[in-house]
Design a protein around this ligand. Structure first.
Ligand code: DX5
Ligand code: ZN
Length: 216
């Protein structure tokens, strides 16, 4: 399987979300990466269900929703109803992670867990077999346009070992500071999906940039 490219709409033009969504739909992007922030778990606010529902009209591609919020359990059904296909919660925000993952699956979505840069892969040992996706944060969550944290490479290798050892089917997604400079190495270490926000949307030709990342 070729790697998955998931442009993050966080860096898109919010005044033209229809146009941006149509561009992504026509591009070689595999997934829409959608960053939901609550101003509590992370020091920033973005958008929630109504915006996801609004852009759902413009594409049938996979909606990969990354929740950077406290108490995600409260909204699992709402995110399903707004059009999420994959729902990823933060390990650091979930006291009863196993229950949260089961609730996401019970709603018919794929379930992911995100790890902050300081969180060790080991914490997933007892849940990895239940996961469809692990998102490794390669910046501290909250903002687009930050620099990539180099320690990510060794985390990917460690996670890949855990996945192979346990026969888990979880995909590895990398989020933060992804560019054409680190994409190849991330894939070689074991990444299956790459999120790219500012690198795509700040480029002169986002659709071409997506194609370049896809063919890297
Ligand atoms: C950060 C978000 C990322 C962000 C990535 O908290 O989770 O998805 O949009 O943006 P870049 O690619 O600019 O680092
Ligand atoms: Zn994200």
């Amino acid at each position: 399987m070729s790697h998955i490219i998931a442009p993050s709409i966080l860096s898109s033009d919010f005044a033209n979300l229809q146009k941006e969504s149509e561009m992504l739909d026509k591009s070689q992007a595999d997934w829409f990466h959608i960053d939901v922030m609550d101003g509590v778990f992370v020091p920033n606010l973005t958008f929630g269900m109504p915006v996801i529902k609004a852009i759902r009209k413009y594409s049938d591609k996979v909606f990969d929703v990354h929740l950077m919020i406290e108490n995600p359990d409260k909204f699992i059904k709402d995110f399903k109803n707004s059009g999420a296909d994959i729902l990823t919660v933060h390990y650091e925000a979930c006291t009863h992670l196993h229950r949260t993952i089961q609730s996401i699956k019970n709603e018919g979505m794929k379930a992911g867990v995100a790890l902050n840069p300081h969180t060790n892969i080991n914490v997933l040992e007892d849940i990895i077999k239940d996961l469809d996706l692990v998102l490794i944060m390669s910046v501290n969550p909250g903002f687009g346009g930050q620099s990539f944290i180099e320690n990510t490479y060794s985390k990917i290798k460690k996670l890949k070992e855990l996945i192979l050892k346990t026969n888990s089917h979880a995909l590895i997604e990398i989020d933060g500071g992804v560019t054409d400079k680190n994409a190849r190495q991330l894939i070689d270490c074991g990444a299956d999906a790459l999120v790219a926000g500012s690198f795509v949307f700040n480029s002169n030709n986002p659709s071409q940039t997506i194609e370049n990342l896809k063919n890297i």
